[in-house]
Design a protein around this ligand. Structure first.
Ligand SMILES: C[S@@+](CC[C@H](N)C(=O)[O-])C[C@H]1O[C@@H](n2cnc3c(N)ncnc32)[C@H](O)[C@@H]1O
Length: 200
């Protein structure tokens, strides 16, 4: 296990296991409601963490697959939301996402994750390939104004135009993009990220 993944595993084991975030991001809720997927749609949450969006997807009646490098995070998803073991995939996505067949999913979420990845473009291409034609992805990208997502991790930060170019060059149709900024954290630092809804 790399030291970065160990940090995540410790974070979920020591902190979030006993005090998990349970509420989905409002932007995720809004974008998911916009695409109006039928019940039983197949949804993949990449870098799902302790599963606040897994919970939301499950309550919407979707069949959810969860990917995370932290086994402790996946264990929280299993215990809290009753996710079957076959739907919990413990991998480091730096090695790619080829474990799923092309055209498998109706919706893929990758939220709060891409800034930690060495080659986010490759992951977004994998996301494109794993979607059915006409299916959707919801992605977040840390903006240049962000002051929080740093630590020892890799941190890819984007400008508005770079996000648009990135998803369009991969082949996605851009349906929606926005910027969200929050400064209500105890450290007074700004959290700033772009979110996109794209269609294959
Ligand atoms: C900031 S958390 C976001 C969790 C969740 N998406 C949410 O919105 O609550 C980032 C997550 O990405 C996972 N992660 C980071 N690097 C990863 C990698 N290389 N492969 C798989 N998961 C990774 C971490 O374990 C962590 O659960």
């Amino acid at each position: 296990m790399s030291y970065v993944i160990k940090e995540w595993d410790d974070f979920y084991t020591l902190y979030r296991n006993s005090n998990p975030l349970r509420w989905p991001d409002i932007n995720v809720v809004r974008l998911v409601k916009k695409v109006r997927l039928p019940k039983d749609s197949k949804v993949l949450d990449i870098g799902c963490g302790e599963g606040r969006h897994v919970r939301f997807f499950t309550e919407e009646g979707y069949s959810v697959f969860c990917v995370d490098a932290s086994e402790a995070a996946l264990n929280v998803c299993r215990v809290l939301y009753g996710i079957d073991r076959e739907h919990l995939i413990n991998i480091n996505i730096e090695s790619g996402l080829k474990i799923f067949d092309e055209g498998s999913f109706d919706l893929i979420l990758c939220w709060g994750v891409l800034h930690y990845i060495r080659n986010p473009e490759r992951i977004i291409k994998d996301i494109y390939n794993m979607l059915k034609n006409g299916a959707f992805a919801i992605l977040s990208f840390t903006s240049l104004r962000d002051e929080r997502s740093s630590a020892a991790h890799i941190c890819n930060k984007y400008e508005y135009d770079e996000v648009i170019d990135l998803v369009k060059n991969i082949g996605f149709k851009l349906l929606n993009i926005g910027l969200t900024e929050n400064s209500f954290f105890t450290d007074n630092k700004i959290e700033s990220y772009y979110w996109v809804l794209v269609e294959k």
